[in-house]
Design a protein around this ligand. Structure first.
Ligand SMILES: [Zn+2]
Length: 245
C-alpha cells in the first residue's frame, strides 16, 4: 500500500512538472464580465509557483491589481491587455510589499500608469528595498474608475502587516491576494512576515466586511472555489492554537 501510494504521488508530481514546463509564462483567464485573472510564475524554495493577479477593463482603461511576479512579464501583460481588449492600463495597485505583488510598480510608473499602495506598504517596501508606488493611501479608500467601484480594505496583520484586500461589492468579487490561500494549499505558505496571533482575526474581519462573495481570488494557485477564505481561516486558527502553546 505504501509503495502504491508513493507511485501515485510520483505520477502526480511528474504530470504536474510536465504541465508546468509546457505552460506559457503568462496565462490569462476570464473571471466574469470585465474581470480577468492573469498568472505568472516564479521559483520559491526550488518549486515553480504560480502567482495570480487581476485586471479589470473599465471605460477609463484597465486597472491592474498586483504586478506580475515574473519580471519578464511586466510588458507582455500590458501588450496582452492592449491586443486582446484594445485598452491601455491606467492604474496598478499592489496588495502588499512582497515582490510577487509590488515588483512591477516602478516599471508601470515609468509607462505612465498611476501606481498605488498603502502608506504602510510603502514604509515596508522602503525598509526592504522593494519597488514603490507613486501614490500612497493613508486609509481604506473607495475608488470609482469608469463604471466600477471598489474598496481597498486593510483588515489587519495576516500574511504581512500591510496586506490589503480589494472588494468589488457590486460584483461580489473579493481579491484576497496572499492573505487568502487557495483550497489547493495545505499550509498558509510563507509566514516570514505573518502574524501567528492575528492572522485568524484578520481573516474574520474580511468575512464580516465582504459578505457573500461570488468570487474569491487568492494570491497563488487555484481560484475557482469560494471556500478559500473559510479554508484559510481554519488554517489560521490552527496556527494561533499552535503558536499559543
Ligand atoms: Zn504571495
Amino acid at each position: 500500500m505504501y509503495l502504491r501510494l508513493t507511485s501515485i504521488l510520483s505520477f502526480f508530481s511528474l504530470t504536474s512538472l510536465f504541465a508546468q514546463s509546457n505552460s506559457s509564462p503568462l496565462s490569462i483567464q476570464h473571471l466574469t464580465g470585465d474581470f480577468y485573472i492573469y498568472t505568472t510564475y516564479n521559483y520559491y524554495q526550488g518549486d515553480r509557483i504560480p502567482a495570480n493577479g487581476m485586471y479589470v477593463l473599465t471605460q477609463q482603461g484597465a486597472i491592474i491589481i498586483d504586478s506580475p511576479w515574473d519580471t519578464t512579464q511586466f510588458q507582455p501583460l500590458l501588450d496582452s491587455i492592449r491586443i486582446r481588449h484594445g485598452q491601455k492600463a491606467v492604474m496598478c495597485i499592489a496588495t502588499h510589499f512582497h515582490e510577487d505583488r509590488s515588483g512591477g510598480l516602478e516599471y508601470y510608473r515609468q509607462q505612465g500608469i498611476k501606481t498605488y499602495t498603502t502608506q504602510l506598504t510603502d514604509q515596508l517596501s522602503q525598509k526592504r528595498g522593494m519597488k514603490r508606488a507613486e501614490f500612497l493611501l493613508t486609509k481604506d479608500t473607495i475608488f470609482t474608475i469608469g463604471q466600477y467601484s471598489f474598496e481597498v480594505f486593510h483588515p489587519g496583520h495576516g500574511h504581512t502587516p500591510d496586506n490589503i484586500v480589494i472588494w468589488f461589492e457590486n460584483q461580489k468579487i473579493l481579491y484576497g491576494g496572499c492573505l487568502i490561500k487557495s483550497t489547493e494549499d495545505t499550509t498558509l505558505g510563507n509566514l516570514g512576515d505573518a502574524s501567528v496571533t492575528d492572522y485568524a482575526t484578520t481573516l474574520q474581519r474580511v468575512q464580516t466586511k465582504c459578505k457573500n462573495p461570488a468570487y474569491i481570488i487568492p494570491g497563488h494557485n487555484a481560484w475557482t472555489s469560494t471556500k478559500s477564505l473559510a479554508h484559510s481561516l481554519r488554517m489560521a486558527e490552527k496556527l494561533r492554537r499552535k503558536g499559543k502553546k
